[in-house]
Design a binder for this molecule. Structure first.
Ligand code: NAD
Ligand code: UFG
Length: 341
């Protein structure tokens, strides 16, 4: 049994990963400042698994607080989810994004070094490929970003790569997520965005529960089969299991130095495919209208997932129907997210 520190563990992907880590037999310590989440997610994970999670309300900008965590526990590895993630907001508030995401990560790496903990799995993103030069995307393709959020991911990848070059003993794994959707099949934990959702699936599901009137489909003139944007949607439970595989391989010494790995299904789905899948799950046609393209969007983005399969022995198993059915169960049972309790 290993002890895994999960930063941002109360958030969407974090809470699902904590559940999978506990199920796999790991001990979990969470740090989160609850900037974009609620403790209720962790309480529900504990109820679902029958296991306890040590949660510390801590901002990673508090370096001393972080050192105290490493002093209190013998942490074997860290999964670093904590960060701000809204692309649009990052263009409005670049200093907040750079400070929060970069300073937090520097603090974490310094605290890890001090404690002699050298295994890290980091939440990177397909955003590091920008408008991809080729599809499907392989990991050694050119990296570029178009917004401060993406720049923080790219910088953190660069900082950790420099660290692995400079010092031996680190196992630094960058997981580049494609588009996480869905929820745990219990319908007890899921994505709970604050305000108007930026992302497609939460918006569709809020239309389904009557919190929003109609989905705006951003563009039907993209160079894709049906004219709407294509993405590689991945079930959050598959994604969470990808983290467990990465932690187990890294702790076993199979991922020395620095490694970047795509986590996606390898399949591209259009916006209309997702509306169709969601309508099937909900049991009625969900309303949408075409609107102009959203600034900064790209036509299509999907990965080649072969490296994940080769290095982690992991691949995504759940398809669009499961993604939509599970996301809907969560939204239907929790129309206001965690706020209702
Ligand atoms: P989320 O907002 O639900 O979770 C992030 C968590 O980090 C939240 O609980 C938040 O309170 C916490 N946090 C933020 N700043 C912190 C700080 N300074 N100190 C302590 N806690 C802090 O987001 P998510 O969707 O679960 O994403 C997790 C990670 O995955 C993020 O780094 C995100 O950039 C990355 N990612 C997400 C997606 C996606 O579409 N959801 C795609 C690619 C990458
Ligand atoms: N879309 C709509 N209407 C909406 C929301 C989205 O039509 O209300 C469309 C978008 O135009 C796009 C697709 O649905 O074609 C997916 O959009 P999302 O906002 O859900 O996801 P993105 O691929 O644009 O962005 C996501 C993450 C980013 C990350 C990026 C690349 O939100 O953080 O993937 O990894 F940078």
């Amino acid at each position: 049994m290993s002890t895994i520190l999960v930063t941002g563990g109360a958030g969407y992907i974090g809470s699902h990963t904590v559940l999978e880590l506990l199920t796999a037999g790991h001990r979990v310590v969470v740090v989160d400042n609850l900037d974009n989440s609620s403790l209720e997610s962790i309480r529900r994970v504990e109820a679902l698994t029958g296991k306890r999670v040590d949660v510390h309300l801590l901002d990673l900008l508090d370096r001393t607080g972080l050192d105290l965590i490493f002093a209190k526990y013998r942490i074997d590895a860290v999964i670093h989810f904590a960060g701000l993630k809204a692309v649009g907001e990052s263009t409005q508030q670049p200093l907040r994004y750079y400070h929060n995401n970069l300073t937090s990560t520097l603090h974490l790496l310094e605290a890890m070094k001090l404690a002699g903990c050298k295994t890290l799995v980091f939440s990177s993103s397909a955003t590091v490929y920008g408008d991809p030069e080729r599809l499907p995307i392989i990991e050694d393709q050119a990296l570029r970003t178009t917004n401060p959020y993406g720049a923080t991911k790219l910088w953190i990848e660069g900082i950790t790569a420099d660290l692995a070059k400079a010092e031996s003993g680190w196992n630094l794994v960058m997981l580049r997520y494609f588009n996480p959707v869905g929820a745990h099949e219990s319908g007890r934990i899921g994505e709970d965005p604050a305000g108007i959702p930026n992302n497609l699936m939460p918006f569709i599901m809020q239309v389904a529960v009557g919190r929003r009137e109609v989905l705006s489909v951003y563009g039907n003139d993209w160079p894709t089969p049906d004219g709407t944007g294509v993405r590689d949607y991945i079930h959050v439970v598959d994604l969470a299991q990808g983290h467990v595989a990465a932690i187990d391989k890294a702790l076993g010494g199979a991922l020395p130095g620095w490694t970047a790995i795509n986590l996606g299904t390898g399949n591209g789905q259009s916006v209309l495919d997702m509306v169709k899948g969601a309508s099937k799950a909900v049991g009625r046609e969900l309303p949408y209208r075409f609107s102009p393209r959203r600034p900064g969007d790209i036509a299509a983005c999907y990965c080649d997932p072969a490296k994940a399969q080769r290095l982690l022995g992991w691949k995504a198993n759940l398809g669009v129907d499961r993604m939509c059915a599970d996301h809907w169960r969560w939204q239907k049972n929790n129309p206001q997210g965690y706020a209702q309790e």
